[in-house]
Design a protein around this ligand. Structure first.
Ligand SMILES: Cc1cc2nc3c(=O)[nH]c(=O)nc-3n(C[C@H](O)[C@H](O)[C@H](O)COP(=O)(O)OP(=O)(O)OC[C@H]3O[C@@H](n4cnc5c(N)ncnc54)[C@H](O)[C@@H]3O)c2cc1C
Length: 210
């Protein structure tokens, strides 16, 4: 039985209505609840949460899934606050013990003091930016991918805890050209590919190359 902890970071503010991320979050819950091999817990950062319980959720989980929109090239402040509060609560209580260095040689081993080794995480993100802003020469992101560019710090943060990344999925141009049916199809195909590869191999999916 694989334990999955799903976090909805889709904060509701101004022109980010949170609906897209909430829909993807609910798709995660539905997917894992329907499969016998998974146990699922979840947190929505728009609701109140107990930091100690959230630490326990990280410690309990085999896989943590983050759903987040991108705001000013970062995760929204509600999700950032959640991480600051929960990871600080988890210092020496299950998230990390130290920065990993020793006084004998402080130049090395930074970032190796996490307590979540053996666990994995996955991130989905939503953007106003079209995918081409990352892929076309001369466009805004200088041909850097979401993961290697904007989310680099987010991935290092998770590495600091000891978790390893599973391949994520990113949704572009959702403000002006969202297509929820297509994106839910893409997301379900992605979940099958990552978590139940034997199903993915046998089922037609929307677009494997996308
Ligand atoms: C402060 C701020 C900073 C931002 N900075 C950036 C930035 O740096 N880069 C960038 O690219 N973008 C940026 N954005 C845009 C932001 O990434 C998007 O607003 C966000 O990804 C949308 O996600 P959401 O969950 O809030 O979706 P929503 O805004 O709730 O939904 C988006 C659209 O999806 C459709 N939709 C959602 N759910 C459903 C459903 N169940 N059924 C049918 N249709 C649905 C609707 O058409 C809706 O209009 C910023 C936004 C804000 C508020």
């Amino acid at each position: 039985m694989k334990k999955i902890f799903v976090i909805n970071g889709g904060q509701i503010f101004e022109h980010s209505g949170g609906k897209f991320n909430k829909t993807i979050f609910e798709a995660s819950l539905k997917f894992f609840s329907a499969e016998q091999d998974f146990e699922v817990r979840s947190t929505d950062i728009n609701e109140s949460y107990d930091p100690a319980q959230e630490v326990e959720n990280y410690v309990w989980a085999d896989v943590v899934i983050y759903h987040t929109p991108i705001w000013w090239f970062h995760v929204p402040y509600g999700l950032k606050k959640y991480i600051d509060v929960v990871f600080t609560e988890g210092h020496q209580k299950g998230i990390y013990t130290s920065d990993g260095r020793s006084s004998e040689n402080p130049a090395i081993n930074y970032g190796t003091g996490g307590s979540l080794h053996g666990k994995q995480y996955m991130v989905t993100s939503s953007w106003n930016a079209p995918e081409t802003a990352f892929t076309l020469p001369g466009e805004f992101f200088n041909e850097r991918s979401v993961d290697e560019g904007v989310l680099f710090g987010f991935h290092r943060m998770n590495a600091f805890t000891g978790m390893k990344a599973l391949e994520g999925i990113h949704f572009h141009d959702v403000e002006k050209n969202a297509d929820m049916v297509r994106d839910l199809d893409r997301y379900t195909a992605h979940l099958n590919k990552i978590f139940i590869p034997e199903v993915y191999e046998n089922e037609p999916v929307f677009d494997r190359n996308n």
